[in-house]
Design a protein around this ligand. Structure first.
Ligand SMILES: Nc1ncnc2c1ncn2[C@@H]1O[C@H](COP(=O)(O)OP(=O)(O)O)[C@@H](O)[C@H]1O
Ligand SMILES: [Mg+2]
Length: 267
């Protein structure tokens, strides 16, 4: 029982990936626990996005292992990750401008990528769809003017929140966010961070990449630091400081040497 409760929902073990001669990832590991927000940090080119793309099934690993609930899984395509309960929110978001908020939330990325209009008219119960979308948005306290207006005029923060809400509607248990607030202003960023906190309350675990340490430390439980394609340290947010994380990122503070970053800090 204890084992089951403490079992990570997602683990990446010793992931490597090269693109021709370029080594994007040399040896990256991370652990995501249930009800946890894990921050992933590192300098530009450290390999964060590559690792997240591997966990999203967008690209394959050259070597290493990914486990969900302790079971190794094969991630050959994005659908494999989604089937395993992993949702990735991309910066371009894949929202359809001409559709309303609720339609965007209701439609999975899979469906949007097909003919969205045709797809929409095939979806039967519009009322139920609306209801469900509203429930999800309310539960996450997403503040938008109306679920019935097109998303075209919505702010970046609102759009980001809608894309995140979609993960919940589809019952995903793991949400991956690569720099979700990079293009947002202060208020909008706050909105997105609040939604991330709500997600966690609803048993969704989150991996988030951000360069803003203050923000990250306000939302994350632990932070894994990457440098030059390796995960070099993991810190519990309440036991660290921005200066330590920055030192680890730049190399001013050495990493933990253990390749399994998650074993770096025994309780
Ligand atoms: N498709 C690709 N082809 C060649 N090199 C790539 C590709 N994707 C990433 N890289 C390289 O891999 C390294 C890690 O990139 P990335 O994962 O995007 O880092 P980060 O997200 O931490 O900034 C960089 O040196 C980058 O140039
Ligand atoms: Mg990146």
């Amino acid at each position: 029982m204890d084992d089951l409760l403490s079992q990570p929902v997602l683990e990446a073990r010793h992931i490597a990936r090269h693109f021709g001669a370029v080594i994007a990832l040399a040896d990256a590991s991370l652990t995501l626990n249930k009800n946890e927000v894990l921050g992933l940090v590192g300098d530009n080119g450290a390999g964060k996005s590559t690792l997240l793309k591997i966990l999203s099934g967008i690209i394959s690993a050259s070597s290493g292992e990914v486990l969900v609930d302790g079971t190794p899984i094969q991630l050959r395509r994005a659908q494999d990750a989604m089937d395993a309960g992993i949702e990735t929110v991309y910066q371009d978001l894949a929202l359809v401008d001409t559709m309303t908020a609720y339609q965007n939330v209701y439609l999975g990325r899979e469906e949007i990528s097909k003919n969205p209009v045709a797809r929409f008219f095939n979806l039967v119960d519009d009322r139920q769809m609306r209801q469900r979308a509203r429930e999800v948005l309310d539960s996450l306290q997403v503040k938008i003017p109306s679920i019935n207006v097109t998303v075209k005029g919505m702010s970046g923060g609102q759009r980001q929140c809608l894309a995140i809400a979609r993960a919940l509607l589809w019952g995903r248990r793991i949400v991956i966010l690569d720099e979700p607030t990079a293009a947002l202003g202060v208020r909008e960023t706050g909105q997105v961070l609040d939604v991330i906190r709500e997600l966690r309350k609803q048993d969704v675990s989150v991996i988030i990449v951000s360069h803003n340490m203050q923000q990250l430390m306000s939302v994350a439980d632990r932070i894994t630091v990457m440098r030059l394609g390796r995960s070099i340290a993991t810190r519990t947010v309440k036991d660290t400081q921005v200066s330590e994380i920055v030192g680890l990122i730049t190399g001013a503070i050495p990493g933990d040497h253990q390749q399994e970053a998650e074993t770096a800090l025994p309780a």
